[in-house]
Ligand binder design. Sequence first.
Ligand SMILES: [Zn+2]
Length: 413
Amino acid sequence: MNRSAPQCESPRLFRATVVNPLGPEDCRVHVDGGVRVRAGRIEAVGPIERVAQGLEAETLDGVIVPGFFDVHIHWVQHQVRGAFHADLLTWLTQHIWPAEMAYADPTRARSDAQTFFADLLRAGTVGGMAYSSVHPEALGAAFACARGRWRIGNAVMTEGAPAALIGAKPMALSVIADLAARYGAERFVVTPRFALNCSPDVLAGLGALARAGGYWIQTHLAESPAELAAVARRFPEALDYTDVYDRAGLLGPRTVLGHCIHLGAREWDCLAARGCGIAHCPSSNEALGSGRMDLAAVRARGIRYALASDVGAGPSVSLLHVMQCFLVQHRAAGERVSAIEALYRATLAGAELLGWSAESGNLAPGKRADFVLLPKLGGAFDAEGWLEHVMAGTPAELERRPLATWLGGSATG
Ligand SMILES: [Zn+2]
């Protein structure tokens, strides 16, 4: 394969088996398939004889799938991913917040951001939504180094954390508004870290900022029982944890909530009524012993959700590993989940959640040519069986399982 061919107006044709997710239980397979690319976009996808149009194909030994989307990842925790295990609040205060203090240093931030995005492409991830540390400089480094399609926000923390993160004078809302205006709604995401790090006034201010500017919002919701108890003490006026965010105007169709494990029926109904999306983080939830998201409750209400690594609580940036954990956890609880659904949740569902599915998430004419080559494994091709094989392995193995990743039709790495 020619990995260094410059992107140009003349089309390129990639020949391989193609597995293309279309929905939770629907994917199209072309065993001898082709993807025709021009100017960074997909021009055609299908059986090789239908898309070739006389072009000479670059034959790839493997299976092409769309690039992965990770809708909840802390890029400033990449260096310590999987390193610590404790319940959420201990893990944050003892390990993660001290680690994030290092990102006050712009040189360190830039170096780690380059490593982060290179590692994600190596693992097949082409976009998503990420948390930065509190520091505006670190956010700038992330945007400068980002490869693929990303929304990123600096975690807003104005209380309940060490002074080294909050500062002697907590970051004013005007600073967040300036950052939002500088990077724009396509890239900047309003990011209250979680309820315990923001006062009701700050939460309401962030909600108003997001509504006024059409910004996406990301935060954490109901990850651990100890967190729930602390939220109830800090916000006695709220009906429950979800109500803390709802009162602040933070819940809507552009809100992506991480975890959503310990929720009552009223809260599930509220999330459905507001049209929120969920970042489902099974590998992280397993690592911190946080519990299992109630998939039946999500499905019963038709709440949108996509998979996410939640690195660094999640031990790996590999969405293949997250897909594996998704199947293991829910099958152990008696839920029906398929490998084909896992692939959808790690690709197209993520793009849908972030409002990008018209241009990203799967392989279709007009969409960005962002895709991944995975090893074929096994004999006769059956998508469900192949997916089960290709997502088997340790986190370290799965981070290196993709054979190549393309962005806009150009090979990366
Ligand atoms: Zn998180």
